[in-house]
Design a protein around this ligand. Sequence first.
Ligand code: ATP
Length: 367
Amino acid sequence: MSKIELRNITHVYESGGEETVAVRDVNLTLEEGTSNALIGPSGCGKTTLLNIISGLLTPTEGKVLIDGEDVTELSPQDRDIAQVFQFPVVYDSMSVFGNLAFPLRNRDVPESEIEERVQETAELLGLDDRLDANPGNFGPEWSQLVSLGRGIIRHDTTALLFDEPMTDVDPGRKLTLRRRISQAQNRLKVTSLYVTHDQHEALTFASKAAVMNKGQIVQYGPPEKLYDEPVSTFVGNFIGSPGMNFIDCEIEENGLKIGEFDVAIPGNLGDVLDPGWSDLQLGVRPNLVDLSENREKESQIPARVTLTEHLGSYQIITLELTNLDTEIKAELPLEKRTAEGEEMFVEFDPENIRMFHNGEAVENGKK
Ligand code: ATP
């Protein structure tokens, strides 16, 4: 296990006379033994960045350091990084045992030690009763485990990189594979980076996630921090399902307003919000919207339910804020009966809102 540092990484693809800047000035440190995820919409540069870490690509600019050593020009083999790809790479001509033993045999490890290490790895990944079988005969989740096993069987693996390993796996089998990957990571404490566009997958695997957009890392932190304190409307919208609600508002002399309605300002932002600002938005998570059936205060905004969606153990309702041309989503328990067309009253607790100016979170003392 190792510490991985990316310093000012930029990567530009050139094809047919056209340039695409896939990764732009990325700085990121993955601490030794941690599990990390890289998430972002399609085309934001995730695979490019992963391939730069593994050594499959040399960046146009910047440096990759492993334990402080500059490995930017080293091949994947010389970095001792194991990579699990979207589609499993297994040798159909060999048994599961042969596949797992392959990297050790390549390094002339004695057969007695190979036997022991294969057994240990197979047990960790739940492959021990399949060692004699051909991996081509199982579903893709088993092939991915074999492929992962080949990566972790060497004790000198510096890092484990996953590139959308669930792509080919049946929805019903994903949970099992995810659990096995997590168990292996927890036991071995190998520095890992898991690339996906599925935030749920990422956030259950990783202790920290980096959110990418248009070639840049826009936020890196623990899942709960990304959820509770997104640094921008992009992150607020990308993390969470549905994402954060954003509502246009204004600062007036006597406070914060949504249309004609007063909204209490979050305590720590009293001196920060500037009446001169335009493009100011209030952000609130759907589970933190306060709703009532009766209007008890002037600050409650009338709204109409336009859609109700039952999602298993809870429901999401869409509300149109009356006269404000704004829709928001709110999460409610199933037992709360709501009907489309019904009038409700919306309120925002200053403790539960976050303000955004020009798309960026307004923090204490700075915009
Ligand atoms: P996805 O989630 O769809 O796999 P991604 O986030 O992994 O996407 P990349 O595959 O890294 O994104 O691509 C980043 C950008 O670089 C995209 O605009 C893509 O079209 C472009 N790109 C990727 N590979 C090449 C290539 N070999 N030649 C030219 N452009 C490329």
